[in-house]
Design a protein around this ligand. Structure first.
Ligand code: ADP
Ligand code: ZN
Length: 208
């Protein structure tokens, strides 16, 4: 099964994707994670990627599509995948096979700004925390691996507003492109409840 998740930065699609991947036994492919991996490992693409990400801009379609395609060619993706953060432009949407499901996480802009501004990431295992929601047990330490928690460069306030503008302008039109493949989900719910709702939908069970 090929599933695409679309939602603004901070809509919780990454967290939901991780849970879904475990339940459905599908690989979770995040273009944001792919890019951050290049930055950490200082690959040949790192400088180019950094010059976009740090300012809240999208990495160019050609490079994004190239790196994603490479990942999707790996064996684990043969059974399908959960795409988190791709496609983000019309060009990217047109460049991929139409997925079975496009899950849209609708979320109010003020909520997104609030979530991103309070978001911390473990620099080692990349687990996401939120100072207003899922706080770490020990301040600034990851519950799982005790790594240090950091704020992503692009989660700084100045950059957040730009990312939201980019999302509205470039990514929202993609929803129209996918038409009746799109199902909207409420992101105000707790993660577990929300994931349960999504899984029921995918299994075609009635949602109460
Ligand atoms: P979020 O969903 O919180 O914005 P991501 O980790 O998905 O964070 O993405 C971080 C950054 O990586 C984006 O702001 C953008 O610069 C870049 N990026 C991720 N996916 C794409 C994509 N499909 N096309 C272009 N740039 C992307
Ligand atoms: Zn960690």
């Amino acid at each position: 099964m090929k599933i695409v998740l679309i939602g603004g930065p901070g809509s919780g699609k990454g967290t939901r994707a991780k849970h879904m991947a475990k339940h459905l036994d599908l690989p979770h492919i995040s273009t944001g994670d792919i890019f951050r991996h290049h930055l950490e490992n200082k690959t040949e693409h790192a400088d180019e990627i950094k010059s976009f990400i740090d300012f809240g801009n999208l990495v160019p379609d050609s490079l994004t599509i190239k790196l994603l395609k490479k990942r999707l060619e790996e064996d684990d993706c043969k059974i399908g995948f959960i795409l988190d953060g791709f496609p983000r432009t019309m060009e990217q949407a047109k460049g991929m096979d139409i997925p079975e499901h496009v899950l849209f996480f609708d979320c109010h802009e003020n909520t997104l700004v609030d979530r991103l501004g309070n978001r911390l990431m473990c620099q080692d295992c990349k687990h996401i925390y939120n100072l207003k929601g899922q706080r770490p047990k020990v301040e600034n330490k990851c519950d799982g691996c005790e790594g240090d928690l950091i704020q992503r460069e692009d989660d700084k306030e100045e950059v957040i507003r730009d990312r939201l503008k980019v999302y509205k302008k470039q990514t929202e039109p993609v929803l129209d492109f996918f038409g009746n493949k799109v199902t909207k989900f409420d992101t105000g719910k707790e993660v577990e409840e929300s994931v349960e709702e999504i899984l029921k939908f995918l299994r075609k069970e009635p949602v109460v």
